[in-house]
Design a binder for this molecule. Structure first.
Ligand code: PLP
Length: 373
């Protein structure tokens, strides 16, 4: 007998729209029959991984028949020392995405709520819906604000009630590149009820240069409801091996640890992450190149009278003054992949990952051609 298999799924999953990972370079080149195209769409490090991380993986390749260390002992110890906290508060994840998902599975259920900002990272609504909890979305800063479309912590705080178990704060946020300073963030966390956990997602923290940008991991002792997430996917250039982590109170880490798969972080990923942490030169080089690239794009947009969202991360959103999807498609035909962000309620914006200087020039030239500038 036939049966609608979709109707068998739990309600949260039936309503779920999968994360859109963006167009792979191989797919574009196959479709257009071209080569040498450029992808600045997924906030990957244009310098690649640290050569030391790559070498570490090579060294370990002949041991891949063994299971990884399921407890990630060495990596947890190193991260704990790096952040000056006990290893019992470190949770390793298959990317920091997994930490976000584990938090939702551990603390949310139907009838409970999670709050986050409009234009915030797309994974928050996904993990909340998957467990059939309720997502409450705060209005963001208005366009004329000095951090346009950034998180409005007052609006976010106004959504918190007895049912709010998790708040997600991206600092900096993707796709806006906006950020929150130390004082407002600390006040926000301080005012939360003890029953509301706050996840501060710091996927891009290593790029931020502003002295007001907080090192939230230092607040863990003061706030037992705080969870910080970090990743090796962005400045460390290890997006393909999938490793990220959460920092929290040991009790929270212990709960997340119960839920995760036994071997959720591969052995190669653990070795790569350990080696990447030792290569601070690579991080510095990547950060400096990014700072130059941000300035390059900002200047270019200003000289073209294109408005953009000031960013501190490794991407920048530019307003193309019209529906951005056709512009994105025209750029594809120029062999340039960027990211349309209409799904983030920013339909006239394109998000461009900061590349090397020559790559940035190439995107700008393609944009000029497509926009007739
Ligand atoms: C990229 C990104 C992540 C991390 O992704 P992983 O590769 O799973 O570590 C987390 N949060 C934000 C806001 C991101 O943009």
């Amino acid at each position: 007998m036939n049966c609608d298999l979709t109707s068998l799924a739990v309600a949260g999953v039936r309503r779920l729209k999968p994360y859109d990972p963006g167009k792979p370079i191989e797919e574009l080149e196959r479709e257009l029959g071209i080569r040498g195209s450029l992808k600045l769409a997924s906030n990957e490090n244009p310098l690649g991984a640290s050569p030391r991380a790559v070498e570490a993986m090579r060294r370990e390749l002949d041991k891949v028949s063994n299971y990884p260390d399921g407890n990630g002992f060495a990596l947890k110890q190193t991260l704990a020392a790096y952040h000056g906290m006990p290893a019992a508060g470190v949770t390793l994840g298959n990317g920091s995405n997994e930490i976000l998902e584990l938090v939702a599975r551990a603390f949310l259920r139907p009838g409970l709520e999670a709050a986050f900002s409009k234009h915030a990272f797309a994974v928050y609504p996904l993990v909340v819906q998957a467990v059939n909890a309720t997502a409450r979305i705060a209005s963001a800063n208005p366009p004329e604000h000095s951090m346009p479309y950034g998180h409005d912590l007052k609006a976010l705080a106004a959504l918190i009630n007895d049912a709010t178990r998790v708040v997600f704060v991206a600092n900096p946020n993707n796709p806006t590149g906006t950020w929150i300073g130390s004082e407002p963030l600390r006040d926000f966390i301080n005012d939360l009820p003890a029953t509301t956990l706050v996840v501060v997602d710091e996927a891009y923290s290593e790029y931020v240069q502003n002295p007001d940008y907080p090192n939230v991991a230092r607040w863990l002792e003061q706030f037992p409801n705080l969870i910080v997430t970090r990743t090796f996917s962005k400045i460390y250039g290890l997006a393909g091996v999938r490793v990220g982590y959460g920092l929290s109170h040991p009790d929270v880490a212990e709960l997340l640890n119960r839920l995760r798969q036994p071997f959720n972080v591969s052995s190669l990923a653990q070795y790569a992450a350990l080696a990447a942490l030792e290569d601070s030169d690579h991080v510095t080089r990547s950060r400096e190149m990014n700072t130059h690239g941000l300035a390059q794009f900002s200047r270019a947009f200003e000289s073209r009278a294109l408005s953009y969202i000031p960013s501190v991360a490794n991407f920048i959103c530019v307003n193309v003054g019209q529906a951005a999807l056709p512009i994105y498609e025209a750029l594809l035909r120029e062999g340039v992949i960027v990211r349309p962000v209409a799904s983030y309620a920013l339909p006239e914006y394109l998000r461009i990952t900061i590349g090397r200087e020559d790559q940035n020039r190439r995107v700008l030239a393609a944009l000029d051609k497509v926009l007739g500038l």
